[in-house]
Write a protein that binds this ligand. Structure first.
Ligand code: FES
Length: 296
């Protein structure tokens, strides 16, 4: 069986839920208020924060493994291990915030990922203690074992992102299915004022692709309809003022995207929503994907 197959089997084990769901409720309650969650999601950055922070323990621990190979560079290896250990707390918090608002299979794998990371952290802390006591051989044994465990855990994290799309922009994926031509959204006067409406564009193979269209007076803002977080129906959401901007709010988990550029103003979404270009002609509204989403 392939590595992906093993991870997929793990994601299909409902018995894990007995532990995971109570843990999720605790994490959900602990990570309040919303401003803290948004900080951890990376909504303020317009990019998920967890993978950015995860680079620190991964990079420092891997580098320490190389520096530990030669006696003169072992003090530097110890410093790098300490840096990685210090970075685990914010990294874990950012991952936990994302984890609570993911689909069930991702939550199961995420729990295994977190447990493995905790084991790796314990091994690295043990390594630091052993090194401080002058037991360098034991310290290296513990840190190399920790590196192996952390590597396996990183593979699980990669599977969650790449195979299960836990960190992918679902809005960008939906945009790929949309025609690159101008889409006729109909007469301006047929669009409801001050609330999102669902319209469809033509997808490849003729399948309709939902769009979320917001009219405010004579102005129209149009977005790909699948929310960037997990693909929720943005056109069935609502309008809300969030952090001083008028936003379209996803009905699934409450992510808010400003109408100007689709930037996330409230999580769990951390990626921008794909916004379409709009033009008006003879009382009708037309929209199309921006250039970066069109194939040359
Ligand atoms: S799908 Fe989760 S906020 Fe939209």
């Amino acid at each position: 069986m392939s590595l992906s197959g093993i991870f997929d089997r793990l994601a299909d084990v409902p018995a894990l839920d007995k532990v995971i769901e109570p843990a999720r409720a605790v994490v959900d309650k602990a990570l309040q208020p919303q401003a803290l969650r948004d900080l951890l999601h990376g909504s303020w950055l317009g990019h998920p924060l967890h993978p950015v922070l995860a680079m620190v323990p991964v990079g420092t621990w891997l580098s320490a493994g190389i520096l530990d190979l030669a006696a003169p560079t072992r003090p530097a290896a110890t410093a790098l291990i300490g840096t990685g250990v210090a970075a685990t707390l914010p990294t874990a918090l950012a991952g936990a915030a994302d984890w609570t608002e993911q689909e069930i299979g991702v939550r199961r794998l995420g729990a295994v990922h977190a447990a493995a990371n905790t084991v790796a952290l314990g091994l690295y802390v043990g390594s630091l203690v052993a090194r401080a006591k002058g037991r360098g051989g034991l310290g290296r044994l513990l840190s190399y074992t920790g590196l192996g465990v952390a590597g396996g855990s990183a593979a699980i994290g990669g599977h969650m992102s790449y195979a299960l799309s836990s960190g992918a922009s679902h809005s960008t994926a939906a945009a790929r299915a949309l025609t690159t031509d101008w889409i006729d959204l109909g007469p301006l006067d047929d669009l409801p004022d001050d609330r999102p409406a669902v319209r469809t564009g033509e997808g490849s193979g003729g399948a309709p692709v939902p769009l979320a269209v917001v009219r405010r007076g004579a102005r129209v803002d149009a977005f790909v309809g699948a929310c960037t977080h997990l693909g929720g129906p943005l056109g069935e959401g609502s309008l809300e003022e969030v952090r001083g901007r008028t936003c379209v709010v996803c009905p699934w988990h409450g992510s808010a995207f400003d109408l100007e550029a689709g930037q996330p103003r409230r999580g769990p979404a951390a990626d921008p929503q794909v916004k379409l270009e709009v033009r008006y002609e003879a009382g009708r509204v037309f929209a199309r994907l921006p250039g970066r989403h069109r194939q040359p």
